[in-house]
Design a protein around this ligand. Structure first.
Ligand SMILES: Nc1ncnc2c1ncn2[C@@H]1O[C@H](COP(=O)(O)OP(=O)(O)OP(=O)(O)O)[C@@H](O)[C@H]1O
Length: 276
């Protein structure tokens, strides 16, 4: 094995959410550990797939602290403490960046202004903020969009601006609800590049995203969770839970070009999704 798994980055235990008396997701359990590879900075990429309505967005809202779970807990590494490696804390709203399907940029702010606003709580000088914004705009291919308003941006540019905004205002964790939907092939490549920039810039950076494009899940993720309606005692439940986990690192397909092995996992995932 060319990697090791060390400190826990994300710990979800018996997470359940109900709206009124309708249980939407139940008993979600998962543990994601920091993956260490010699000579590489390896942030984590976790994909969540599942049929429409099985509760992916609800799971994300609970993960990011936007909805209060009915039971269970979510812990993330407390990277703010000096002893970051071993400390875990319960997640609170704002700890994890969240770009959902309805994410809107400020209509009356340019890309630059919006990013400056996202940095407002950071205790660094105005010059340092300016420098940070310019560096990101360059790395993320948004230099030309710097002084443009959201209505003048392409879907991909808007998506990347939203992701940077969230990176600036939260920590190492980023939840993206269907970041590839509605994008053309070029924009998809741009967001893929953005994933790479995030995971290569810090060991603890963790992207958790949902997608209906199973190929993109298998191509990009180190870990894939399928949310579906589980079967208990031969009876299909009406709430969502994790019905299968593929650890692409363990299978030996992480950090590799998409090939036949990946295609086989795509087939398996689609078959499981159709059953659940
Ligand atoms: N605020 C809410 N109040 C009541 N029910 C809700 C609420 N939000 C979502 N639901 C219900 O919870 C279920 C799961 O919805 P959710 O949006 O989490 O699914 P999803 O897997 O993300 O779907 P999609 O892939 O279509 O985005 C659906 O039946 C939905 O109608």
């Amino acid at each position: 094995m060319n990697y090791s798994s060390e400190n826990t980055l994300l710990y979800v235990e018996n997470l359940s959410v109900a709206y009124g008396d309708k249980t939407i997701i139940k008993d979600i359990n998962l543990v994601e550990k920091d993956t260490i590879r010699t000579g590489e900075v390896t942030g984590q990429v976790i994909a969540v797939v599942g049929r429409s309505g099985t509760g992916k967005s609800t799971f994300f809202k609970a993960l990011t602290g936007l909805v209060k779970p009915t039971s269970g807990k979510v812990l993330i590494a407390d990277t703010a403490t000096t002893n970051a490696e071993n400390d875990a804390k319960e997640v609170h709203e704002g700890d994890i960046g969240f770009v959902d399907q309805k994410y809107t940029l400020f209509r009356n702010k340019t890309v630059y202004e919006a990013l400056m606003f996202a940095l407002r709580k950071k205790e660094i000088s105005k010059e340092a903020k300016n420098e940070q914004i310019l560096t990101y705009l360059k790395e993320w291919g948004l230099e030309k969009a710097k002084d443009q308003y959201p209505c003048e941006l392409s879907g991909g540019q808007r998506q990347r601006t939203a992701i940077i905004e969230q990176i600036f205002s939260s920590g190492h964790y980023m939840v993206l609800d269907e970041p590839f939907s509605g994008l053309d092939v070029g924009n998809i490549e741009d967001v893929k590049k953005a994933f790479k920039l995030i995971t290569e810039s810090h060991e603890y950076n963790t992207i958790i995203y949902s997608t209906h494009d199973i190929e993109l899940a298998v191509e990009l993720a180190d870990s894939i969770y399928i949310i579906g309606y589980p079967e208990v005692d031969g009876k299909k439940m009406t709430y969502g839970s994790i019905v299968k986990h593929f650890d692409m690192k363990e299978i030996g397909l992480a950090w590799k070009e998409f090939g036949l092995g990946h295609l086989d996992i795509v087939k398996q995932i689609k078959a499981i999704m159709l059953q659940s």
